[in-house]
Design a protein around this ligand. Structure first.
Ligand SMILES: [Zn+2]
Ligand SMILES: [Zn+2]
Length: 291
């Protein structure tokens, strides 16, 4: 009876658990993402948003750095929420900045986020990526850098609009703690999600094999389409009957168990329809059944 260890019931319960965990994982990772953005200060005040948008337009139009610089001169100087605003290229070299003394320098890459709207940055946010430390733009008063937006110029060069904004030391520690917690949870959520996906395909494969259906094909379909393949399989799978005497799975077409010979389906002697043991008359032809 070793084949009964992985009974369909056991797998089913495990599967339902994993599906629930899987759905929680999706919601969890979405909520985590929103929370992450909030902590990262991605929700900025409208004035900064507008400045970033205007700089973006200039980059997309292929304007020279000097024109972008003019835009920056006007936008950063009186914004207390922001210490500085930069436009950097893919080498993290500052090509325009609210504080003109920073132009031509390279940023120290102490970014608090290593991606922008889910797109990873081409540079490592926590390493001192640059060779000449003496030329780094000096970050003052616990400033944090965050990438606001990524733009492409007509000649396919990518530029990032980066803000330096002040963060109190206590907030920084709290932020770091929250971020590490959320990252940890999101990792667990994602592992559960992948596991539930794989186990769904495994369950379909095992169930199809038990029913002598095309197990590999059904398994692969579920692996590719997840819940969709699973639902299609549930609708299409052949029905099996468990032999009351020996427990073997039998196709619905037979009258006797192919393993032990027990009667698995009782039929009306007159019309051959399936009948239940409690019936006194056949529901199809009305034949009087004996006890
Ligand atoms: Zn049997
Ligand atoms: Zn009948």
């Amino acid at each position: 009876m070793t084949k009964k260890v992985l009974s369909s019931k056991t797998i089913g319960i495990g599967l339902i658990t994993l599906i629930i965990v899987g759905f929680i994982s999706v919601i969890g990772s979405m909520l985590g993402g929103i929370q992450f953005n909030n902590i990262m200060g991605a929700n900025l005040n409208p004035a900064i948003d507008q400045s970033v948008n205007e700089i973006g337009k200039l980059i997309q139009q292929g304007e020279r750095a000097a024109v972008i610089q003019q835009q920056l001169d006007g936008s950063v100087s009186h914004n207390k929420q922001l210490k500085n605003l930069f436009v950097i290229n893919q080498e993290a070299l500052i090509i325009a900045a609210g504080d003109r003394s920073a132009i031509g320098l390279s940023l120290p890459l102490q970014f608090i986020s290593n991606s922008i709207k889910g797109v990873p940055l081409p540079f490592n946010h926590q390493s001192n990526y640059l060779p000449k430390r003496s030329t780094l733009y000096p970050l003052k008063e616990n400033q944090d850098l965050n990438v606001f937006e990524k733009y492409q110029s007509p000649d396919k060069m990518v530029y990032y609009v980066v803000g330096a904004f002040p963060v109190s030391p206590e907030m920084s520690a709290q932020q770091a703690h929250m971020v590490s917690m959320i990252t940890g949870f999101m990792l667990i959520y994602r592992i559960c999600f992948i596991l539930s996906w794989l186990l769904l395909a495994l369950w379909v494969y095992l169930d199809a094999r038990r029913r002598h259906s095309n197990a590999a094909a059904w398994g692969i379909l579920t692996l590719l389409t997840s819940v969709i393949g699973w639902v299609v399989y549930l609708l299409a799978r052949p029905i099996v009957i468990t032999c009351p005497a020996c427990g073997e799975e039998q196709g619905q077409d037979g009258k006797y168990c192919t393993n032990c010979g027990a009667i698995i389906k009782t039929c009306c002697p007159q019309c051959s329809c399936e009948i239940k043991p409690t019936w006194h008359y056949c529901k199809t032809c009305g034949f009087k059944l004996s006890d």
